[in-house]
Unconditional design. Structure first.
Length: 267
């Protein structure tokens, strides 16, 4: 689909359609349309240029690829895949289940309502937990008819970090929350949900296909291949509401991080 210039806004932008848009952004377009590229509705695939890009996916299941330089990618609604590429990128998944990949550089990964799956890649990355969205529950009664013994509802994590680097990565917190406001517990999916992850896999093939886009393998989530996801649970101490999980870490390791690796994020 054709993208057309839109000069009606304060900053000129490239405007897509409500269909499925595919676009490779040129350097000239990125520099000329400082209001970014707006894909609107539809399942869009937008490839950024080698300079700073500003890309808005809009509604639909979008693939937004920043490529080179310092990019800002906004998925908006539905299930989106955002990959910043090289450079220091800002990735905002928006509502829905989103997969955010920073790749090289010092990136900031931010979700919204729904579960954000974060893979920062190389560099010192900021993984943001939305404290205003802690403790949201999902009804599991339909699954309970297939797997007896599991809870009828479950708290959804705001985000799941797949590759936290204890030396250089940072946890971002909204709403003025600090490390002192958090509690850290060891997480074991079998103990938490009463079911082995391998039994669930036939029912989540779409999610696994989405993970494959990021280069995340099931083995990355479950290194010892026992069908159990392990890591650290982060909760708000005053309410015991769930913020998210940091996979393949121990709660003692996260608790021992200096306060400098927990920062306040406003956006």
């Amino acid at each position: 689909m054709e993208f057309v210039p839109d000069f009606s806004k304060f900053l000129p932008c490239l405007l897509g359609t409500d269909g499925n848009n595919n676009k490779i952004l040129t350097v000239q377009e990125a520099n000329s349309f400082t209001g970014g590229i707006l894909a609107l509705s539809g399942d869009d695939t937008i490839n950024g240029s080698s300079v700073n890009d500003l890309i808005f996916g809009g509604k639909g299941e979008d693939d937004l690829l920043g490529n080179g330089d310092n990019d800002s990618l906004f998925g908006n609604r539905d299930t989106d895949f955002l990959d910043g590429g090289s450079g220091d990128d800002i990735l905002f998944g928006g509502k829905g289940t989103d997969l955010l990949v920073g790749s090289d550089g010092n990136d900031t990964l931010i979700g919204d309502a729904g579960v954000g799956i974060y893979q920062g890649g190389l560099g010192s990355d900021v993984y943001v937990f939305r404290t205003d969205l802690a403790g949201i529950e999902q009804d599991l009664s339909a699954i309970g008819s297939i797997f007896s013994g599991i809870s009828s509802s479950v708290e959804l994590p705001n985000a799941v970090i797949t590759d936290f680097n204890l030396v250089e990565d940072i946890i971002g917190l909204t709403g003025g929350t600090t490390k002192n406001d958090l509690i850290f517990e060891d997480f074991n999916s079998l103990e938490e949900f009463g079911i082995n992850a391998n039994l669930v896999l036939p029912f989540v093939s779409n999610e696994l296909e989405l993970l494959a886009k990021t280069g995340i393998l099931f083995q990355d989530l479950d290194p010892n291949n026992d069908g159990i996801f392990e890591g650290t649970t982060i909760k708000i101490a005053s309410t015991n509401k769930l913020l998210g999980y940091v996979l393949n870490t121990k709660s003692s390791e996260i608790a021992a991080l200096p306060e400098s690796q927990f920062i306040t994020v406003d956006f």
